[in-house]
Ligand binder design. Structure first.
Ligand code: AMP
Length: 516
């Protein structure tokens, strides 16, 4: 391949970088490669390259599926590379806008033309990018660190900007700007949801006690995460995935609208409670968030109660950088009846009693939080620890096997994997337990829609579906790549509120193993 075609702004340069990142192990080496590529670019070229290298399309979903990409991959590749990043951007714009009658043929024609102008390595990159299967690992977080390196910006500032910016593309352009304040323009804003702070798993209260100098223990409710924004009379409720569900939960809107503050952003959990004060099952709460529902009728059948555990913003002021020890009193003052049950600086005995009581009352467990911690939007740090009584992990389905006997025709045995923070997924075992007939039907359909390749009776899928797996133990295993396997794994539920990037990591599994 001639070197000129690899110039800055060419698709070949980005495709090449992506391949080399995938082949390189070690986070720093990957970042170095990405930074070298991004440093050469500016404006729209930089924006799209940052997206592509993160495995994302700036256009979002453009409705090009696996089959269409497979068909386009059969097109004879070009002999010489001449596609620029902006050419690809143009094709994606056209594909996005082609909809409606006659669009199938027109879209197919665009895709064939694009693939026909690509050399083989670009074709491979395009195919992976379009089906969401770039294998270079932990994509967006690598690109963010590479942007900091490429443009001499502070890493923490770039990461923070990504939490509040609409996309990595905008962050890229801001990071490259001569204006030193460009990155800080992305900040928390009313009515614009931010990614919630997440928790790691702890094995025992002792672990939490030794992790934090000062801690707060809170009830952990098994409902649905909500982030509520209020600006004067306008209230909006968002899910953990940042979808607007305001219309589904009028009782939450009511509670927050009456709060004695002009503007607020709250984090909390909404849950259906039974008349006897015990929580309903998670599935019951989730019925309130169905697609086409009669809200008024369901509200009567399954009333919801919101419980708030954090306050991110109040009357024009962000509280994100304030410690939890300051945020909780603000919250309790605003919502004396809707603040989650909690203990501040409990003794070991008090905390143990609180946990035992939570479990006895049918709750999932408790959260232990560092009172000194700021609110780290979008991050799963060690400052929030969740404690549950059974082991569960949120794992990613990377493949599934066709069932036999009664399960013939259904994808049944799931291949389960933990996330590798350095990229990719590490298989930990398989399970066909815990599935109802309805789940078998549903998962077969969902898995086939994510199929990447078939290998005998195994269907490999895009690592997107997250499952909550209960298990009894972690054991050593010569069969699996991480050297660890789960014992007696069973499906608890599909976590369709979680993305694969939020699944538990192999390091969490290793810690569990070492603790056992
Ligand atoms: P998990 O989904 O198992 O990773 O646990 C984290 C989830 O627990 C959060 O996303 C919340 O939806 C939920 N949760 C329930 N109670 C609390 C609490 N007091 N603090 C934080 N999260 C909570």
């Amino acid at each position: 391949m001639n070197e000129e075609a690899r110039h800055a702004g060419s698709l070949l340069r980005v495709a090449d970088t992506s391949r080399r990142v995938a082949e390189t192990s070690g986070r720093n080496a990957k970042i170095e490669l990405l930074a070298d590529c991004l440093r050469e670019l500016k404006n729209r070229e930089l924006a799209v390259a940052a997206s592509y290298l993160s495995g994302l399309l700036p256009q979002g979903k453009i409705g090009v599926g696996y089959r269409a990409v497979q068909a386009a991959s059969q097109v004879q590749p070009a002999e010489a590379a001449d596609l620029s990043l902006l050419d690809l951007d143009g094709y994606l714009d056209r594909l996005e806008s082609l909809a409606g009658k006659g669009s199938v043929a027109a879209r197919r024609a665009q895709l064939s033309e694009l693939f026909g102008r690509a050399v083989p390595s670009e074709q491979a990159f395009l195919a992976a990018l379009l089906v969401g299967n770039l294998r270079q690992g932990a994509l967006e977080s690598l690109v963010v660190d590479a942007l900091a390196k490429a443009f001499g910006a502070n890493r923490a500032r770039v990461r923070r900007a990504l939490m509040f910016a609409p996309s990595v593309a905008q962050v890229a352009v801001a990071a490259s700007s001569d204006d030193a304040t460009a990155l800080d323009a992305f900040d928390i804003q009313l009515l614009r949801p931010v990614s919630p702070m997440l928790a790691q798993t702890a094995e025992s209260l002792d672990e939490a006690h030794s992790a934090f100098d000062d801690m707060q223990v809170e009830l952990k409710l098994d409902g649905a995460r909500i982030q509520v924004h209020k600006q004067d009379d306008e209230v909006r409720v968002f899910t953990r995935q940042l979808n607007d569900v305001t219309a589904s939960v009028p009782e939450v809107v009511d509670v927050v609208r009456r709060a004695p503050a002009r503007s607020i952003i709250l984090d909390g959990e909404v849950i259906a409670m039974r008349a006897d004060g015990r929580p309903e099952r998670f599935q019951t709460t989730m019925k309130r968030f169905g697609r086409r529902i009669d809200v008024a009728q369901l509200q009567e059948q399954i009333p919801l109660t919101p419980y708030f555990f954090d306050c991110l913003y109040i009357d024009g002021q962000s509280l994100l950088d304030e410690p939890l020890s300051r945020r909780t009193p603000e919250l309790a003052q605003l919502f004396p009846h809707s603040t989650i049950a909690h203990l501040v600086r409990p003794s070991a005995d008090q905390a143990a009693e609180f946990l035992a009581d939570a479990l006895k009352r049918g709750h999932e467990g408790v959260m232990a939080k560092s009172l000194a911690a700021p609110y780290r939007a979008g991050s799963r740090g060690a400052e929030w620890l969740k404690l549950k009584h059974v082991h569960t992990l949120d794992l990613v389905v990377i493949a599934a096997e066709w069932g036999s006997g009664r399960r013939k025709g259904y994808l049944s045995n799931l291949h389960l994997a933990a996330r590798d923070p350095d990229g990719g997924f590490v298989m930990l075992g398989k399970t066909f337990k815990g599935m109802t007939d309805a789940i078998l039907v549903w998962q077969t359909e969902q898995l086939l829609a994510r199929q990447i390749e078939r290998d005998g009776h195994v269907v490999h899928v895009r690592p997107e579906l997250v499952v909550e797996i209960a298990f009894n133990d972690v054991q050593q295993s010569p069969h699996y790549p991480g050297g660890l396997a789960l014992r007696f794994a069973r499906l608890r539920r599909y976590r369709d509120d979680k993305a694969a990037s939020e699944a538990d990591t192999i390091s969490a599994v290793r810690t569990l193993f070492e603790a056992g």
